[in-house]
Design a protein around this ligand. Structure first.
Ligand code: MN
Ligand code: MN
Length: 467
């Protein structure tokens, strides 16, 4: 029996924010969120690198009527095109009913994640054990990457100029790899190191074998035996490592977490947890009024520089090209574009409460996080979204019953970080950060909530479908 609300309760309802857990709010589709996330887990297990994500997304797009963008063609409302940038970033576009001169609605996320890249000369032997040397990619806590199973993904260009694809360590029956750590019995000196130095960059060496070449003579026979296996399996020689791109990633699959299965643990949530909603919402967007663009970019974790990162001109040029194909001026179109920079934010972690301002932190299960500004030390390096645009985006979310919250990345002066938002803003596109809150960001196993992941999908879809 619901008893009548008091005057104070009614005033609270009217004037104060409702910051309850999404699961207890009416309108939160928990069951739908759980169903949606089954597809997300499949995606995460199929794709461990930016290249694999780009290939997967391109193939899924083609199944749904997307074709490579052709400058010479004239497109009309509902037509679906894509641009695959060197196999590492993808732009998907659905033409809207309104002219492009009114701008496009963009959702931009990244598909690269922190990992360990092999060095150009990775292979060596020490004390009859063979190793790969690595150089870490993105911001990691190095000690987290030891003593767990690793897989190896990437490409090697062989002497004939052919690209050889490597993917080993994820499937049943395949060998895995490991970075060793000291036993506690002998770690007294190591344990005096700071946490940041607990494992040093040059100690991130991957153990890859231990048997010397049978009947061989001379030194380095384990290294030689490993190279022999690699040559037989992939047709490569040691020199080919110098031009290769090989990435060591955690070898365990994404899975449900918790007795209630409300959370997902996975490697690479940052930022595939926003990338998956970005492209699935565009796939599902119903006859959009405005042209919709989903950007799945590379290189965010190393600062967005590079030809496949959003600090390069590839997105701007794509927009110019679709504008010209429609007889519009590219600059005019860019000026009218609006974008959700879809990236994760830190969720409040009650085990480590001191780094957050409780009032302004994001929380798991309270929906997608609107982050007005990122940056560090007085908002340095942020694009700081405009109130007018934030007001517009939150109205779209509210009208579509999207669960959302606001969140700062930690306390003032506690640290900081950035996203692709500023690179879009710097081209003249209106932009705000919106994404899924998470725990253990940049760890080899990150945590996100299903309700929040589905909220991202609903939010991005409403943004694409705005009138
Ligand atoms: Mn990110
Ligand atoms: Mn990141």
């Amino acid at each position: 029996m619901s008893k009548e609300k008091t005057a104070t309760e009614l005033l609270k309802d009217k004037l104060l924010s409702d910051r309850r857990n999404g699961a207890v709010k009416s309108g939160t589709e928990v069951e739908k969120a759980f169903d949606y996330c089954d597809g997300y887990i499949d995606f995460m297990n199929a794709c461990r690198t930016e290249r694999e994500c780009a290939a997967f997304i391109t193939a899924e797009a083609e199944k749904r009527g997307f074709s490579p963008f052709d400058k010479s063609k004239k497109y009309s409302a509902g037509d679906r095109v894509y641009f695959n940038n060197r196999g590492k970033s993808v732009v998907l576009c659905v033409f809207g009913k309104k002219p492009l001169s009114l701008g496009a609605k963009i959702v931009a996320s990244h598909i690269d994640s922190p990992r360990l890249d092999l060095k150009p000369n990775p292979l060596y032997e020490d004390s009859e054990l063979a190793y790969f040397k690595t150089h870490y990619y993105g911001g990691i806590k190095k000690y987290q990457w030891t003593v767990m199973p690793l897989a190896l993904h990437g490409v090697v260009m062989n002497k004939n100029g052919e690209k050889v694809t490597v993917r080993i360590g994820d499937s049943e029956g395949e060998p895995r790899f490991i970075i060793t750590d000291l036993l506690p019995h002998l770690a007294d000196e190591q344990e005096k190191r700071t946490l940041a130095d607990g494992i040093k960059g040059e100690e991130l060496n991957i153990l890859i074998g231990s048997l010397p070449l049978k009947d061989g003579e001379g030194g380095d026979l384990v290294k030689l035996a490993i190279m022999k296996i690699l040559n037989e399996k992939y047709g490569i020689v040691e020199d080919d490592f110098m031009t290769a791109e090989l990435e060591a990633v955690p070898a365990y699959p994404a899975c449900d977490l918790g007795f209630d299965r409300s959370l997902i643990g996975a490697y690479g949530h940052d930022d595939r947890v926003c990338a998956y909603p970005a492209f699935t919402s565009l796939f599902d967007a119903d006859a959009p009024e405005y042209t919709g663009i989903a950007v799945l970019t590379d290189k965010e974790e190393t600062g967005s520089d590079g030809v496949t990162g959003l600090n390069s001109a590839y997105l701007k040029h794509f927009i110019y090209d679709i504008a010209e194909a429609q007889g519009e001026n590219g600059r005019d179109v860019i000026r009218k574009c609006e974008c959700l920079s879809a990236d994760v934010n830190a969720g409040f972690d009650p085990v480590f409460p001191s780094v957050h301002d409780k009032l302004n932190a994001a929380y798991l299960n309270k929906g997608i996080v609107l982050t007005k500004y990122t940056g560090a030390r007085g908002k340095g390096g942020t694009s700081d979204a405009n109130a007018e645009f934030l007001g517009k985006v939150t109205k779209i979310f509210n009208d579509a019953c999207v669960l959302w919250q606001t969140g700062e990345l930690g306390k003032v002066d506690e640290g900081g970080g950035g996203t692709v938002a500023k690179y879009l803003a710097n081209t003249g596109i209106e932009v705000v950060d919106v994404g899924v809150p998470m725990l253990c960001m940049h760890a080899p196993f990150e945590v996100a909530a299903k309700i929040d992941i589905y909220s991202a999908y609903k939010g991005f879809k409403a943004f694409f479908e705005q009138k």
